[in-house]
Design a binder for this molecule. Structure first.
Ligand SMILES: *[C@@H]1O[C@H](CO)[C@@H](O)[C@H](O)[C@H]1NC(C)=O
Ligand SMILES: *[C@@H]1O[C@H](CO)[C@@H](O)[C@H](O)[C@H]1NC(C)=O
Ligand SMILES: *[C@@H]1O[C@H](CO)[C@@H](O)[C@H](O)[C@H]1NC(C)=O
Ligand SMILES: *[C@@H]1O[C@H](CO)[C@@H](O)[C@H](O)[C@H]1NC(C)=O
Ligand SMILES: *[C@@H]1O[C@H](CO)[C@@H](O)[C@H](O)[C@H]1NC(C)=O
Ligand SMILES: *[C@@H]1O[C@H](CO)[C@@H](O)[C@H](O)[C@H]1NC(C)=O
Ligand SMILES: *[C@@H]1O[C@H](CO)[C@@H](O)[C@H](O)[C@H]1NC(C)=O
Ligand SMILES: *[C@@H]1O[C@H](CO)[C@@H](O)[C@H](O)[C@H]1NC(C)=O
Ligand SMILES: *[C@@H]1O[C@H](CO)[C@@H](O)[C@H](O)[C@H]1NC(C)=O
Ligand SMILES: *[C@@H]1O[C@H](CO)[C@@H](O)[C@H](O)[C@H]1NC(C)=O
Ligand SMILES: *[C@@H]1O[C@H](CO)[C@@H](O)[C@H](O)[C@H]1NC(C)=O
Ligand SMILES: *[C@@H]1O[C@H](CO)[C@@H](O)[C@H](O)[C@H]1NC(C)=O
Length: 400
């Protein structure tokens, strides 16, 4: 007897620890009211909290487990669901379902095979009055145990869940990525219809998650380009419910990095300036992340870097060629070449001189013609018309 004392103490201590752990993980109320402070002989595995949509169904993934030796799967197994926080056996029976068919208040259906300890249950046509805490119970010969430590909270909502759009992070042009839109599917018997503004050839699939719940998704592979940057992908989920559909939408904006594009160089005030005056070369480009700029002077010996800024100003002394390069993490691009030239001020002086010369010649010719006319007019009455004309001509030629 004395040998057993420490053992009992150790057992009590273990149970205390178990209880303390249980109190940490489960509602203390549930423990004291339903479990009476002991480790229950029946445990179920199910999501603790499940959401459902009014007018739709809810499939509860559920398996149970027991180590109790009185449990005998060869005997008839009754699966029972109880609703609310009522003291079992004290208050009116909270049983809403008995797989014997005796009770079925909510038209539930245990679709799982109880002999395989599968208590998967389908709640059809939910209403807000279904929002509550539920407990599972197994009756199997003398084994009659409620999984009091594992309450299942069901919350029935009126508004559907927004689907989620999944895009890998850090998108770059030329990358091929898979875009997925997925929606929570509490009722896999009538999954939501997903549509999006990407091509509709995407296949809809309803998949089982590791926790037994379902997800409906569509996906598409796209090869990214700079045009996808800032593109909004919107996906909508239409849940069929009794008497209509309920729809929710989600939007994401793509952010795609790309190498510089449309790189161009411009000059101000103009590419033709008088010697010694100042010009400003400016480079522009479209790139993500924003590019850095480098200016180069082109000569027979090759290109020389002259500036590492977007704008390069200098005083023109001779004819030169320039171009800029825009660079970011993804690449670089060259602009076309700009020719800076000096306005030929001397040549314009020559032009003025030429104009003056032409003017002089014109003036000379005009005066000669006037002179000739005057000469003919004055000589005509005195001499014969044939001779003087000839003589006059000779005279005129000599004069000029
Ligand atoms: C079940 O798993 C899915 C995906 O892993 C998750 O989105 C969902 O929230 C989980 N459900 C519950 C009730 O834990
Ligand atoms: C389980 O029940 C079956 C049928 O009632 C019986 O034949 C079998 O002996 C039981 N097994 C145990 C371990 O009690
Ligand atoms: C479930 O149904 C069986 C068979 O009719 C019955 O023996 C058992 O008492 C019922 N249990 C509950 C909790 O209603
Ligand atoms: C329960 O579900 C099973 C399988 O899904 C089906 O064959 C059966 O007809 C359903 N029972 C009821 C009462 O709806
Ligand atoms: C339980 O039964 C359901 C069918 O109602 C099935 O889809 C599920 O895979 C089963 N779970 C396990 C763990 O076998
Ligand atoms: C769904 O439940 C509502 C409210 O309980 C009821 O009026 C309706 O007839 C049910 N519909 C079906 C198809 O079971
Ligand atoms: C999309 O890409 C993934 C891998 O990135 C591949 O497994 C899948 O087959 C592709 N789907 C289509 C429709 O091309
Ligand atoms: C994407 O959506 C945002 C707001 O969410 C809007 O400001 C932007 O203009 C949209 N972009 C395009 C390309 O439609
Ligand atoms: C629900 O959506 C389906 C599919 O587009 C459509 O055929 C049906 O008319 C809609 N029902 C209601 C009530 O709007
Ligand atoms: C930018 O460059 C692309 C070709 O790379 C061209 O199609 C587009 O018109 C250019 N955009 C502008 C604003 O110049
Ligand atoms: C460059 O030209 C500007 C006028 O265009 C003038 O004011 C400035 O003094 C010049 N600088 C040099 C270093 O010649
Ligand atoms: C993407 O592909 C285009 C065309 O092949 C190429 O010009 C560009 O440099 C590529 N961009 C990146 C970041 O590799």
């Amino acid at each position: 007897m004395k040998d057993r004392q420490p053992l009992m103490a150790a057992l009590n201590e273990n149970m205390l620890i178990v209880n303390m752990l249980l109190s940490l993980f489960f509602l203390p109320g549930a423990l004291t009211v339903y479990c009476g402070g002991y480790n229950p002989a029946l445990r179920i595995t199910t999501p603790n909290n499940m959401e459902a949509l009014i007018g739709s169904c809810l499939q509860i993934p559920c398996t149970y487990n027991t180590k109790d030796p009185t449990y005998n799967s060869s005997k008839t197994i009754y699966g029972i669901w109880m609703k609310g926080g009522v003291n079992f056996g004290v208050n009116p029976s909270p049983v809403i379902f008995n797989s014997s068919g005796l009770i079925n208040t909510f038209s539930l259906n245990i679709t799982g095979n109880l002999k395989e300890k599968n208590c998967t249950t389908l709640f059809p046509n939910l209403t807000t009055s279904h929002t509550n805490k539920y407990f599972f119970r197994v009756e199997n010969g003398p084994f009659r145990v409620t999984a009091c430590a594992d309450p299942l909270q069901i919350t029935v909502k009126d508004s559907p869940w927004s689907p989620s759009i999944n895009v890998p992070s850090d998108l770059k042009e030329n990358q091929s990525v898979t875009v997925t839109c997925s929606a929570f599917t509490p009722c896999p018997q009538s999954p939501p219809e997903l549509t999006w503004n990407l091509q509709q050839d995407s296949l809809r699939q309803t998949e089982k998650n590791t926790n037994g719940t379902f997800t409906t998704k569509i996906q598409k592979n796209i090869t990214l380009s700079d045009t996808h940057d800032g593109y909004n992908i919107s996906c909508s989920a239409r849940y069929p419910v009794i008497g209509g559909n309920k729809t929710a939408e989600t939007k994401v904006t793509l952010s795609v990095s790309y190498a510089p594009r449309n790189t161009s160089a411009s000059i101000s005030p103009s590419a033709l300036v008088s010697a010694g005056s100042r010009v400003e070369l400016s480079c522009s480009s479209r790139a993500k992340p924003p590019p850095s700029f480098t200016w180069f002077r082109n000569s027979k010996d090759g290109a020389t870097k002259v500036s590492v800024s977007q704008v390069y100003s200098f005083n023109v002394t001779e004819e030169e060629k320039f171009y800029c390069v825009a660079t970011n993490d993804l690449g670089q691009q060259k602009s076309s070449v700009i020719l800076v030239d000096i306005k030929d001020d001397q040549s314009s002086e020559f032009q003025i001189l030429n104009i003056l010369k032409i003017l002089g010649i014109v003036l000379l010719c005009t005066s000669i013609i006037i002179f000739e006319c005057w000469f003919r007019f004055s000589k005509k009455p005195k001499k014969e018309p044939e001779e003087p004309t000839y003589v006059n001509n000779v005279m005129v030629t000599k004069a000029s």
